[in-house]
Design a protein around this ligand. Structure first.
Ligand code: PLP
Length: 457
């Protein structure tokens, strides 16, 4: 019997009278059949206001690497709350967290804290421009770096704007109200094409302050870098004095204690951390080599924030980092094993039900790409390849069926595994998914016609 969402629907109706659009982050509106209202979480499980139970692979957009309400974290936060929630001043805790980062991540020679990764990215861009005295940042199409005027440029450029010249991807921001000059400060390149990247850098040589990237493109199809790509970025940055900025907001600590930079073997100048560094609390960090952080150290680059180094978040982060350290080299191997099992199980269910589902990624996180009718098989190579072959309406329908059977993935198709998921949870998720896949397969042709009819009406 699939889930119903009566109370969530009622709350969403009510929310729209007091909360603009009914949600507090635009993407949450994508959840079908209705944005779900939750009451409680524990480990890999979530319960909503209608009493429905979910095995959660959305995990707070990836922040909950340690699962929901992990034992010990609430106690750490509560103990700190009794001593004070906020000082806007120094604490021993902030040094303890910074020292843990130094010990875990070789490129983290110096650290500054913020409240979310969007802020950290803004700081990293400012720092890079000041460090080099150059105006431009090079970024990759389909990589997301937060919701600011600077962060979202070309994260999801619509196909109609690609133009005929794939050598010059346009700078595009999806939001109205952006300062018009901001997107113009970005040089956009295609991911996974080192020769194209070289040409793009040469085109603007001497004017680029930094290259920013998601080491694994988790915001578009969980696309891994092809061999040689990260080496090319490092080489070009060293050659031209640009800063290499790794945005590890999703990959940080998920890919092991030394993060994706340890997992993939590269050393950036600056790294952005968010999400798992705070385990669900509003916490983020800008880290970098001593040389790259010079202008913040000297105060020539402004970096500020009333809530920076907030003790509640620091207490949570210290608990999270200690958890990762305690796992030694069992992390990320254990979540990767579970993730690969889930990926294979979902791929099998796709085959059994004639659904063109293509899970891709390293398992620690992965994407369920849904192929359009007639699209070529094989993993997506870059953003445009993903857009051309991924059937978003069909994935949204399958995602809804999964949700109705109690399996929850990120709306756009990304799945994450937590340290609290077990083999039994993966088996149970696949049992539930089997029902969801059957329902989707039975309903999809009619659902597609209805979606098409609505689009043309
Ligand atoms: C790679 C990346 N960078 C930056 C951000 C912005 O993080 P936040 O929403 O916590 O500000 C995100 C958010 O999803 C992200 O995925």
């Amino acid at each position: 019997m699939s889930y119903t969402f009566t109370k969530s629907s009622e709350l969403f109706q009510r929310a729209q009278k007091s909360i603009a659009g009914g949600v507090n982050s635009g993407i949450r509106k994508m959840e079908l059949p209705v944005p779900v209202y939750f009451e409680r979480g524990s480990g890999p499980s979530l319960w909503d206001v209608d009493g429905n139970h979910y095995l959660d692979f959305q995990l707070g957009q990836g922040a909950l690497l340690y699962g929901h309400a992990p034992e010990g974290m609430a106690e750490a936060i509560a103990a700190q709350a009794k001593l004070g929630c906020h000082w806007a001043a120094q604490s021993k805790l902030e040094i303890e967290v910074a020292e843990r980062l130094q010990a875990m991540v070789p490129s983290a020679e110096l650290v500054r804290f913020n409240n979310c990764a969007t802020e950290v990215v803004m700081a990293a861009f400012r720092l890079a421009r000041a460090h080099t005295g150059r105006p431009y940042i090079l970024r990759f199409e389909g990589h997301y770096h937060g919701w600011s005027d600077e962060g979202t440029v070309s994260a999801s450029t619509p196909q109609r704007l690609w133009g005929a010249d794939s050598e010059n991807p346009p700078s595009y921001h999806q939001s109205q109200g952006v300062i018009p000059a901001v997107p113009e400060q970005f040089i956009v390149a295609r991911w996974n094409d080192p020769e194209h990247l070289r040409r793009r850098v040469d085109q603007f040589r001497g004017k680029i302050a930094a290259i920013i990237f998601e080491p694994i493109g988790c915001n578009t199809s969980c696309i891994e870098p092809i061999p040689g790509l990260l080496e090319t970025i490092r080489e070009l940055c060293d050659r031209d004095g640009m800063l290499m900025i790794a945005d590890e907001t999703i990959t940080g600590f998920r890919f092991g204690a030394s993060c994706a930079q340890g997992y993939l073997g590269f050393k950036p100048d600056i790294t952005v951390f968010g999400k798992a560094i705070g385990g669900g609390t509003p916490f983020a960090a800008l880290v970098g080599t001593r040389a790259a952080m010079t202008k913040i150290t000297s105060g020539e680059v402004m970096h500020a924030g009333t809530l920076n180094g907030n003790p509640l978040c620091l207490a949570a982060s210290k608990w999270c980092l200690d958890k990762i350290i305690s796992l030694g080299n069992t992390h990320p191997a254990s979540i990767q094993k579970l993730g690969c099992k889930l990926m294979n199980g979902l791929a099998n269910l796709g085959r059994e039900n004639d659904i063109p589902l293509l899970p891709q990624g390293p398992g620690i996180a992965f994407q369920t790409m849904m192929l359009k009718p007639g699209a070529a098989d094989g993993p997506a190579r870059d953003y445009r390849d993903h857009v051309l072959r991924h059937d978003q309406p069909r994935w949204a329908h399958l995602r809804r069926c999964l949700l109705e059977e109690g399996v929850r993935a990120i709306e756009r198709g990304l799945w994450s595994i937590s340290l609290t998921h077990s083999e039994a949870d993966i088996d149970e998720a696949l049992r539930r998914a089997a029902t969801a896949f059957k329902r989707h397969a039975g309903m999809w042709n009619a659902a597609r016609s209805a979606i098409n009819a609505k689009a043309t009406a």
